[in-house]
Write a protein that binds this ligand. Sequence first.
Ligand SMILES: [Zn+2]
Ligand SMILES: [Zn+2]
Length: 266
Amino acid sequence: MLANFHTHTNFSDGKDSPEDNVIYAIEQGFESLGFTDHSYMDFDLSYCVKDTKGYMAEINRLKEKYKSEIEIYLGIEEDIFSKNRENGFDYIIGSVHYVKKDGEYYPIDYDIENTKNAIEVFGGPLQLAENYFESLCEYIETKKLDIVGHFDLITKFDEQNAPIFLGNGEYIEIAKKYLKRAMKSQPIFEINTGAISRKLRTTPYPCEELLYELCKNDAKIVLSSDSHQKEHLDFWFKEAKDMLYEIGFRNSYIIKNNRFESRKIR
Ligand SMILES: [Zn+2]
Ligand SMILES: [Zn+2]
């Protein structure tokens, strides 16, 4: 079955309107589609939803209009530093896109320069990783989240230059330590192919070592494309399913009839 639950539109930093995404998804034979534009961030308006009410109204309108053809869900990709959470979302993806020090926010997924800057500010890649994962785990433990967004996003630019994190055994141990902690809250972890469609990466988040850890512990997973244009709604899904099956996963989660349910990968 085809479904995606991490979809950006032109309400935030995506290219296409929600309706264009819906029409395309129906044409491709999708059963479900979940929208998750970026939550409002008062300190960085460059990529978030500015009109949250308008976004919610539009997705709810599409839900009704296309209900005989596709299941549509209203989600949001909430950032840890978003101040308010509106009521009325079907589900929440919780993500960390910044690290914070002395009142300053440092984006970790903007570009390689910003990531290097954050590394310098925090005194090294391992210290940055500790800070990033600590914030992510606290967030998972204190806020009600359905899906953890791109668990190891700090590795986004690792294939652009010499790898900073991946391939460093000490980093992998830190990431595993926090993954084990995050799993205790039993969220659903997304297997996110977004950086592959943007030609930044050849593998999804989380990295392979962490995928084995998730599999070993029977963690719940959801496959998501983090798409920013409609043609990418199921980008690299076939390859990802093969990869997950190979690792040992047999099921992933989807939203169907308003609830998360497990489906066979094959
Ligand atoms: Zn994100
Ligand atoms: Zn996203």
